[in-house]
Write a protein that binds this ligand. Sequence first.
Ligand code: ATP
Length: 319
Amino acid sequence: MDKKIIFEVKDLCKYYPAGHGKMLTAVDHVSFEVYEGETLGLVGESGCGKTTCGRTAIGLYKKDSGKVYYFGKDVDLFSKNEKKEYTKEVQMIFQDPYASLDSKVKVQDIIAEGMDIHHMTRDKDKRRHRVEKLLEQVGLDKSYLNSYVNTFSGGQRQRIGIARALAVNPKFIVCDEPISALDVSVQAQIVNLLKKLQKERNISYLFIAHDLAMVKYISDRIAVMYMGSIVEIAEAEALYDHAYHPYTQLLISTIPIPDPEVEENRKDEFSDFGLTSEFTCCGCRFADRCKESKDICYKEKPKLKQIVSGHFVACHLYW
Ligand SMILES: Nc1ncnc2c1ncn2[C@@H]1O[C@H](COP(=O)(O)OP(=O)(O)OP(=O)(O)O)[C@@H](O)[C@H]1O
């Protein structure tokens, strides 16, 4: 059976003013699709544009160019009602559960915020009952209803953030590094909760992360981002078994191995590349860091092309 695409971006671009009349290309002609019920991981180093990409894709930031389709329909052509439905069905879970939840607002009002905005119920008992159910679904006691989050741990706060997103029955959630601000001991719990909820509700996720081990665990497919562009996209297993792009290979090689000797040698290997954020106006942005770069890599930006079924790579080494 064919998988259904629920969300798609084509040639998405986002620029930021960078002073002296210059613009920073944070998202550079990015295209991807998200299937119903799947998790698409989006990985890359800090500052490569993951957050900007996620936020621009769902309209939290205004795009400079490109198209976004939801269930095949161009979101720019939505009617007022379709737009309302879209903003209900597409939600976001934020990186920092301390900054994203107002500590002066009661838990039940935080969770019910979207329900109130979308007038989902005017009946106070029904509203409370629904919030209690959501608290249970995210693994919190319903007695927290009238509490404030300032006494909560990071993990508990993130569960509230998840309940808030779930309250409006979303079909697609952008999870922006939802575990990176949490203790390692609770990270797996939150990821497992997201997996459980996805199974129960057939939600699709765009899961933004820089922890490759965790993203492999949660994702069906993974897109690798480097300086604003997607350089490789494939099924999670395929990407880790056989990464084609030299940048993906480098990223995978930096996943920690619990052996101090191996780690020491690998540190040297990684530092050879040197972290550069210089802008290459044409050509592949990874060329300066790539051990295998050729002339063409400095002249022409490589296009994302399918190398084997379902596995796309933007690299001149293969064409
Ligand atoms: N509001 C803004 N104005 C100007 N530049 C910005 C703004 N927001 C982000 N940037 C820049 O855009 C680039 C991409 O940032 P973004 O936060 O999207 O990356 P990221 O991959 O999500 O990073 P991180 O993992 O650290 O959150 C960075 O160079 C960042 O400094």
